[in-house]
Design a protein around this ligand. Structure first.
Ligand code: C2E
Ligand code: MG
Ligand code: MG
Ligand code: MG
Length: 273
């Protein structure tokens, strides 16, 4: 009986593994098709000054315009993209689409693009960025590359690539700041222009702002810009401004929106100057 249970368990386990592998292959194939068939779109979420709330640019956030499921957020496919390596062509596509769009924005508006550790490991990544800037006409200082702390253990060409991006004049931002294990050592070894406090540390009403405060002080010590992400209320905006955050992003100011809506907003904002 024990042997039967063992075999049965083993069979079920194998079948489960095969099913998961098949499911992974199916998701990868669907994503590859989506990228090839132009089903990806870039949304933009405004970044504003604190305390004024003036728009200074936007973060590019990828979406999948699925033929039957509608608009799908990156939470549903970025992991598949990372595991399959499709994040490299997808990331290049986002970078090129975002810089092309931002080059049409008025004034000195900036664009931030998320880059995964996998992209940053690829030898020649700065060349991909340089080509996107050249082809779009966007000046390098108007592009910010957002990286997460996982790049600290990046390996490959990560170190040279970060230096290569700095040499291009592109700005670097540490995204989801505070959620990784290597935050402090990374700041020491990898000079960036900006840190974005993860939204889990933006204090709720009545909650402690000790971490948000400490990160703002750290940003001042390293002379980097501090951005608060996930700001959902007026109270949070006021609190983050009082703590010394320079910039904010969040549903309180604006949700991610299609490129045409973003451009309309920027043109209105620019006309008011
Ligand atoms: P992220 O870079 O930290 O982007 C911020 C996320 O927070 C976005 O989710 C945005 O819609 C959401 N957000 C903004 N304001 C608020 C708010 O006030 N409240 C709440 N609850 N959420 C807010 P989204 O668009 O679903 O993207 C999730 C993550 O997917 C991004 O986190 C980023 O890590 C990744 N991602 C998105 N686009 C790309 C891309 O082109 N390449 C790569 N490698 N990753 C991407
Ligand atoms: Mg980001
Ligand atoms: Mg973030
Ligand atoms: Mg985040």
């Amino acid at each position: 009986a024990a042997k039967e249970r063992g075999e049965g368990g083993c069979q079920r386990y194998t079948a489960g593994m095969e099913a998961r592998g098949a499911e992974r292959n199916r998701r990868t194939a669907a994503l590859r098709t989506a990228i090839m068939e132009d089903q990806m779109v870039v949304f933009f979420q405004p970044v504003v000054t604190l305390p004024e709330g003036r728009i200074t640019g936007a973060e590019a956030l990828v979406r999948w315009q699925h033929p039957t499921d509608g608009l799908v957020g990156p939470g549903a496919f970025i992991e598949t993209a990372e595991q399959s390596g499709l994040i490299v062509p997808l990331g290049t596509w986002v970078l090129r689409a975002a810089t092309r769009e931002a080059a049409t924005w008025p004034g000195e508006q900036t664009v931030s693009v998320n880059v995964s550790a996998r992209q940053l490991r690829e030898p020649g990544f700065p060349g991909v960025v340089a080509a996107a800037l050249r082809d779009s006409g966007l000046p390098a200082h108007r592009l910010t590359v957002e990286i997460t702390e996982s790049v600290a253990v990046g390996g490959g060409a990560t170190g040279e690539n970060l230096q290569g991006l700095r040499d291009l004049g592109v700005r670097l931002s540490l995204d989801d700041f505070g959620t990784g294990a290597s935050t402090l050592s990374l700041l020491a070894t990898c000079p960036v222009h900006q840190i974005k406090l993860d939204r889990s540390f933006v204090p709720d009403a009545g909650g402690s702002d000790a971490i948000a405060d400490a990160v703002a002080q750290m940003a001042r010590a390293f002379a980097v810009q501090a951005v608060a992400e996930g700001v959902e209320t007026a109270e949070q905006a006021a609190r983050m401004a009082a703590l010394g955050y320079d910039r904010a992003q969040g549903f309180y100011f604006a949700r991610p929106m299609p490129a045409a809506d973003m451009k309309a907003r920027l043109n209105v904002a620019e006309a008011r100057r």
